[in-house]
Design a protein around this ligand. Structure first.
Ligand code: HEM
Length: 125
C-alpha cells in the first residue's frame, strides 16, 4: 500500500511526539553530541516534530513555519563529524526501538535516517 505515507503508517503525530521526546532526551545526555545542543530542548523537539512530519510524507508543517528546510545549510553553524552522525543515529535507533510499532515498521522508519545524517557531516574527525 505505497500510497499511504510512512507518517500515517507509524501513527502520525502521536508517534512523532513520542519519538522526538525520547530522542532528544537521549541526545541531550549523550557524551559525544550533547555539547552541540545549546538551545532550548523543547524548541528543538518541536522543530524536529514539524520537520519529520513532512520528511515522512505528512503535511508540510516545517516549511509552512520555517521556510525551505535546507537542512545541510541549517547544520553548517554546528561542526558535525562522522562520529557525531553515528551517535545521532544510535540515539534515533534507541528511540525508535521503544516505539510500540512492529519490527518491520521500526526498521523501515530507521532506514530513512542514515543517508540524511551522513549528509549533515561537515567536519573531518
Ligand atoms: C548527523 C548528526 C546530527 C547532528 C549532530 C545534529 C545537530 C543539530 C544541532 C546542534 C541543531 C541545532 C539545535 C539547536 O537549535 O540547539 C540541529 C537542528 C536541527 N536538526 Fe540536526 N543534527 C544531526 C542530524 C539531523 C538529521 C539527520 C535531521 C533530520 C532527519 C536533523 C534535523 C534537524 C532539525 C529539523 C533541526 C532544527 C533546524 C531549525 O533550526 O529549524 N538533524 N541539529
Amino acid at each position: 500500500m505505497d500510497h499511504i505515507s510512512l507518517y500515517e503508517r507509524i501513527g502520525g503525530d502521536t508517534t512523532l511526539r513520542a519519538l522526538t521526546d525520547r530522542f532528544y532526551d537521549l541526545v541531550f545526555e549523550h557524551e559525544q553530541i550533547s555539547h552541540l545542543f545549546k538551545n532550548n530542548k523543547e524548541e528543538i523537539k518541536e522543530k524536529q516534530r514539524l520537520f519529520l512530519t513532512q520528511f515522512l510524507g505528512g503535511p508540510q508543517l516545517y516549511s509552512d513555519i520555517h521556510g525551505h528546510p535546507m537542512m545541510r545549510a541549517r547544520h553548517m553553524p554546528h561542526a558535525i563529524t562522522e562520529e557525531d552522525a553515528v551517535a545521532w543515529l544510535r540515539c534515533m535507533a534507541e528511540a525508535i526501538g521503544e516505539l510500540p510499532l512492529s519490527e518491520p515498521l521500526k526498521e523501515e522508519l530507521f532506514s530513512r535516517f542514515p543517508k540524511t545524517a551522513f549528509f549533515m557531516v561537515n567536519k573531518n574527525s
